[in-house]
Design a protein around this ligand. Structure first.
Ligand code: SF4
Ligand code: SF4
Length: 70
């Protein structure tokens, strides 16, 4: 199963929480970057980043469509 996460840029504040909570190294966020970026092929679809983002700025998706959180 292939997963990826997508950033809803209009909601993202660049706080970095998603980067801190991803245990799979699937989010890149370097100091000079204002926003996180996905690292292709690493996302496991665990949904932690989407749940922890205070601003609802992440969707985790797979081939079948958007994974609903609640
Ligand atoms: S946790 Fe949400 S608001 Fe913060 S950097 Fe990640 S996507 Fe953006
Ligand atoms: S869904 Fe899980 S593995 Fe994928 S980017 Fe978010 S925290 Fe990382």
């Amino acid at each position: 199963m292939s997963w990826e996460w997508r950033l809803l840029l209009e909601n993202c504040t660049g706080c970095g929480i998603c980067y801190d909570v991803c245990d799979f190294g699937a989010i890149r966020m370097e100091r000079e970057m204002a926003y996180p970026e996905p690292i292709s092929g690493r996302c496991t679809g665990c949904l932690t980043c989407a749940r922890e983002c205070p601003f609802g700025a992440i969707e985790v998706v797979r081939q079948e469509g958007v994974e609903q959180l609640e």
